[in-house]
Write a protein that binds this ligand. Sequence first.
Ligand code: UDP
Length: 463
Amino acid sequence: MAGEGRSPTGHRVVMFPFPSPSHITPMLQLAGLLRARGLDVTVLHADFNAPDPARHPEFTFVSIRENLPREVVYNADMVEQMIGFNAACEAPFQAALEALLLQEDEPRVCAVVVDGQWYAMLGAAKRAGVPALAMRADGAATFLSMLATPRLRADGYVPIEGIHKLLIENLPFYRCQAWTRSARDLIRVDVSHEETVLRFITLVADAMRASSSGVIVNTFDAIEGPELAKIRAELSRPAFAVGPLHLLSPARVEHGLHAPDRGCLAWLDTHPPRSVLYVSLGSVARIDRAVFEEMARGLAGSGVPFLWVLRPGLLRGGADQAAAPSLEELDNAVGRNGKVVTWAPQREVLAHPSVGGFWTHCGWNSMMETICEGVPVLAQPCFADQTVSARYVTNRWGVGLDVGKVIQRENIANAISNLMAGEDVEARRERARHLKMEANRCAAEGGSASLAVDNLVEYLLSL
Ligand code: UDP
C-alpha cells in the first residue's frame, strides 16, 4: 500500500519492526516523527503479526512475504523463537529491500531502521548496500549489558559466573547473588537455556558492531544519561535518545493486543486521588495458576482498590480457555475492592488522578508510560530486560518497590500497603513527580528528545 504525499527531502527511510505489538508501536511512533520531518517512510513487515496499513495512510507498507516454519511459530522457547525469526526473515528481507532500491520513481532510500532484535537484518542491509540503524525496544542499561557480553566472553570468562561478576563490576546497579550461578538483575529468560540467551545476546552485540551505523533508544538522559554515554563509547557511533516516544509522537499510535475496555475509566472516576493500584503484566508474560491465586489473595487482603488486567492467555497451561480463571474465581479474586478487565487503555489509566501505583512486570513501554505519568511502581519482573528495569526503577530512580522473589499473599499485601501508604510514600511520589517533569521537559519542543530526532534525521540524510 502506497503512502500519502511525497517526501520534501527526496529521501525515504525503510523501517522493519519486530512482529510483536510492543515493538511495532514505538517503531511506528518514530516513523511518524520522521515523516513529520520530511522523510518518506516505507514499512517492511512480516506477514506474521502484521501491522494494519489502513491505520497509517502516511506510510507505505510492503510485506517481506516470509515463510515461517511451524516449529518457529510454535516454539515455546522465546529466545530460540527470536533466533528462528531472524533466520526465516533474513533472505526475504534482503530481497524486499533490494526490490525497493530498484524503484526509480520513488525517493532514494537513505537508510534502514530495524528493530534491535533483528540482528540478521543488519547484515542483510549491509549486503544490500544500505546503512542500517537498530532501534531498541528496551532501555539503555539493558542494551549496555548486552554489548558487554561478547567482549567478556572473548576475554576468556566463559564460565557464566565470571561473565556475571564482570558485568556487575561494569554495571554497578546490579545485584549479584554470589552463591548462585546467576545475577538477579541480569537478563534472564526462564523458558530458555542460559547458553541460548547468551548466544542471542552475542549475535545482537556482534551485529551491532559489525554492521550498524548507530542505535536509537526510546529513553532520555535524565534516567539513563551515563548508560547512553557508555553505549556511545562502546560502539564509537551515534546513539540517539529519542524517548519518551509516546509523548513526542504526533498521533496516538497503539498496536494493542485487544480492544481496551474504556469502562474502567468511569470506575476510576469513583475513587479518591491516588487510591487505586493498577495491575498489569503486559502482553507476553504468563503466570502459573498458583501465582495468580497468590496475587488475587494479596490484592484482596491489601484492602487497596485495584484495577487488574487479566488478558486471555495470561495463565499458563493448556488452551487459553482452559487456563482462564472461572467467573467464580474472578469474583473471589476481586472481592469488594477490585475491577478486572481483559485489556485497559493503559496510558489513560496511568494518567488518571485516582491511580496511585502500578504493579507491573517492568516491560520497557510500561516503564516509560509510568515514568511519564509520575506513578510509582511495584516491580514484578518476569523475564528478559524486565529484571534490569526492575532494578533501575527500585534502586536507581527510587520510584518503586520490589514485590519480592516469593509471590506469596502476605508479602504481596505488605508490599502493596508499603507502596500506597508506607512511610516513604511521599518521598517516592516526589521522585516520581520529578521524573515526570523531566520526561515532559525532554519531550517539549526544543527539548532533548526532539533535538535527538532532529539529529537523527540529519544523520539519516547524511548517510
Ligand atoms: N497495554 C495496554 N493495555 C493493557 C496492558 C498493556 O495498552 O491492558 C500496553 C501498554 O500501554 C504498553 C504495552 O501494552 O504500551 C506493553 O508493553 P511493555 O513493553 O510494557 O510490555 P510487553 O507487552 O512487551 O511485555
